[in-house]
Design a binder for this molecule. Structure first.
Ligand SMILES: [Zn+2]
Ligand SMILES: [Zn+2]
Length: 365
């Protein structure tokens, strides 16, 4: 079993100087727990990613912190690495309880947040020489980033073709909705939004915020350069790679992700990496290179697939079948495939045209 999938450990553990890991229960495909990191100082406790909004997770958080002599009521800061519910779930509840600061990246935005103004919506640039042929993508992305933000699956997908079947949508909904409808769920309202390079005091030490867009536009890692500790969120996980969605407000999610990974090579002071799922590891540049190579291989697979079909041209769901095993086929796989095809298009290695409402990508290499 992959380590990200294992059920949570019940005991808190010091995984880096002054950093205590508490594993919290969750159940999403491929993920059996989420790591919450606690750092104590004279004023109280800072937590990073306090788990999903379920009563089971809340109980586990209280119990395990309490057992480690870190009572929840002493929490003064919650850092949320990114806008996925397994990371922000309990943040607002802790803020309500203790008045803790909630720290996120400047771009932090959840799909389901009914309260915040849409301050994060990024305009999708439409070029002056706007061409109706290639406009399909920009139009769809604009719809995606427009005000009616529910879930990315409640509107037509940018690559066209038949909408995701209801059975799949239902499955997606039932996986996510129980979390969001739980009495415990409150959308996080960050009290401090930071940009890349901000200083965040945790445990009387200066940590730097490292913006790592890719998995989400608002993904934030934390670096303690003196102790060589890097909190990686979902940006780098020990044995699996994070989902790269083509349905985001980022113009180029895969390119952003690859650049965020390449940047890891500049942090040569890092001795230990603390991921949001799975165990700590030590080789930050090595793991970054592995994940970059994984995506380069996938781009190569798409290129080879195109080379073997008439016109070197396929639809997004057709390409998706070359990248994913049958059990993963469906809109999420298509979305990640779309991110890869758009990367090739933006690099000038592919073109897209709309045929009967569906995009067909030709990879020219
Ligand atoms: Zn995530
Ligand atoms: Zn996660």
């Amino acid at each position: 079993m992959r380590e990200e999938r294992r059920p949570p450990e019940t005991e808190a553990r010091e995984v880096a100087p002054g950093v205590i890991r508490v594993q919290l229960p969750m159940n999403m495909p491929g993920l059996g727990h989420v790591n919450c990191y606690a750092i104590e100082d004279a004023e109280g406790i800072a937590l990073i990613d306090p788990g999903v909004p379920s009563s089971r997770s809340w109980k586990a958080l209280k119990q395990r912190l309490g057992d480690a002599g870190l009572p929840l009521r002493r929490v003064h800061t919650v850092v949320v690495t990114h806008s996925h519910p397994d990371h922000y779930g309990a943040a607002q509840r802790i803020r309500a309880l203790t008045g803790a600061d909630v720290v996120t990246h400047e771009n932090f935005k959840t799909y389901w947040d009914p309260h915040e103004e849409d301050d994060f919506v990024r305009e999708v640039a439409v070029p002056a020489d706007y061409d109706a042929q290639s406009g399909a993508i920009e139009n769809a992305l604009m719809r995606l980033t427009s005000r009616e933000r529910h879930s990315p699956w409640d509107r037509p997908v940018p690559w066209g073709g038949p909408p995701p079947d209801n059975q799949w949508k239902e499955r997606f909904r039932w996986r996510i909705l129980p979390l969001l409808l739980s009495k415990l769920w409150q959308p996080p309202r960050p009290s401090r939004r930071v940009l890349d390079g901000a200083t965040i005091m945790l445990g009387n030490r200066e940590w730097q915020s490292v913006h790592t867009p890719g998995h989400t536009a608002d993904h934030l890692c934390l670096l303690d350069p003196d102790e060589g500790i890097f909190v990686s969120g979902d940006h780098l996980l020990p044995t699996i790679t994070p989902h790269i969605s083509g349905l985001t407000a980022q113009d180029a999610p895969l390119n952003d992700f690859l650049l965020s990974l390449e940047r890891m090579h500049t942090f040569d002071m890092v001795k230990v990496v603390l991921p949001a799922h799975g165990l700590e590891f030590h080789d930050l540049p090595g793991r970054s290179t592995e994940i970059i190579d994984h995506h380069r291989d996938r781009l190569q697979t798409l290129t080879e697939a195109a080379a073997n079909v008439p016109e070197n041209e396929l639809t997004v769901p057709e390409y998706s079948k070359y990248l994913f095993k049958p059990r993963s086929w469906g809109p999420m796989a298509d979305s990640e495939t779309f991110a890869h095809l758009e990367y090739l298009r933006q690099q000038g290695q592919a073109t897209a045209r709309s045929v009967e409402g569906e995009l067909r990508y030709r990879i020219t290499g």
